[in-house]
Design a protein around this ligand. Structure first.
Ligand code: SF4
Length: 363
């Protein structure tokens, strides 16, 4: 058996599942911070095999879902400019902004919007279109920010004058700190996204046990990763312990990737950021540092945030805070479906509402 296949080996999974059933006596409310974990749990069928007293709560770890409607408003303003080509990841295209408009609508109306697979593609677009201002829409967490930072650095080295980034990158640990401080959010333990920890390491999560006495496991996305992590959380809960444990050692070093962090800190600096349905969270975003402001679309093109206008009826904010199961939203599966999404949690493949809809779960 090759190494990767062994992370979904049914025999090993069964043995871990048996242990979880045997050892869990209380109700355990755990937050799967990242939408990719939600999808893995459903896709692998684990949700139907886990004990019923394990309560799954969604978290804020889907970058598209937390992109604020005011930020989408700014994207649309940008797209409306005749001298601008917007370069974006495809999953932002259908994210609703003010009046339900999105980039797809703007594209249909004639705006120049190109879907790219990497910020480096946007750089190439800038080279090919010297008469246009090419603006890359920077969203995502600590996973994507270093690559965008490297792209800005490269644009500077190559002397490109028509490449810009609109940075709405967000940071996971400050958001978790804010959410865990909310007394209405009842969580016993957390599963931490492995891909963010690949960059930042495990220490940025030390506040979870130290400040909130919450157990946390950094883990990967295969069934065995998730089951091992749940067993760890069950054991810490039973023993009244709280620690951050790394169960993704094949990818995550305790200190993360210092080179990637160095790039991120050189090009960006922390700033307060708006999270969809959650609000303004202190120091939870990244803006372009003064040394690179020639590439900052917000500054150079004079863009302003739109007034906040939440989507009527959409309860994504409560879903992202783990306060509401997606299928308890009154619009779920009726007016809001992946084919006709009302809110961003139904747009993204990592969105909890889309995962619940796709896997038809009763959780
Ligand atoms: Fe928003 Fe749709 Fe999810 Fe309801 S089901 S919270 S409307 S995305």
């Amino acid at each position: 058996m090759n190494m990767l296949k062994s992370f979904s080996d049914p025999r090993l999974c069964r043995s871990l599942l048996d242990k979880i059933h045997e050892e869990l006596h209380d109700e355990l409310r755990f937050m799967e911070v990242c939408g990719s974990h939600t999808v893995s749990i459903f896709r692998s069928g684990l949700h139907s095999l886990l004990p019923k007293n394990i309560i799954h709560l969604s978290g804020p770890g889907c970058p598209v879902c937390v992109t604020h409607e005011s930020e989408v408003g700014m994207y649309l303003d940008l797209a409306a400019r005749e001298d601008v080509i917007v370069a974006t990841f495809g999953d932002l295209m259908r994210v609703p902004g003010p009046e339900g408009r999105n980039l797809k609508t703007a594209q249909a109306e004639g705006s120049r919007i190109k879907v790219v697979y990497s910020p480096f593609d946007a750089l190439e677009l800038a080279r090919q279109n010297p008469d246009a201002k090419v603006v890359f829409l920077g969203i995502g967490f600590e996973t994507t920010a270093p690559v965008v930072a490297a792209t800005i650095h490269m644009a500077e080295q190559q002397g490109l004058k028509n490449f810009f980034v609109l940075s709405f990158h967000k940071l996971v640990p400050p958001a978790l700190n804010a959410l865990m401080s909310d007394p209405e959010i009842k969580v016993n333990a957390l599963i931490i996204p492995g891909h963010v920890a690949v960059v930042v390491g495990t220490h940025p999560y030390d506040f979870l046990p130290q400040k909130f006495q919450l157990p946390a496991v950094v883990t990967g996305f295969d069934p065995l990763d998730i089951l091992q992590s749940l067993l760890e959380l069950v054991r810490q809960h039973n023993e009244g312990r709280a620690a951050v444990v790394n169960h993704y050692t094949r990818a995550v070093q305790e200190n993360g990737n210092p080179r990637a962090v160095e790039f991120m800190e050189k090009v960006f600096e922390p700033t307060d950021a708006l999270w969809r349905g959650i609000g303004l969270l202190p120091m939870s975003g990244l803006k372009i540092a003064p040394a690179y402001e020639a590439f900052d679309a917000k500054k150079v093109l004079g863009l302003e945030l739109h007034e906040e206008k939440p989507i009527p009826g959409c309860r994504c904010g409560e879903v992202l805070k783990g306060k509401l199961a997606p299928n308890k939203c009154p619009l779920f599966g009726k007016v809001c479906t992946p084919a006709s999404p009302v809110g961003p949690c139904m747009v993204s493949t990592e969105g909890s509402c889309a995962a619940y809809f796709k896997y038809n779960t009763e959780l």
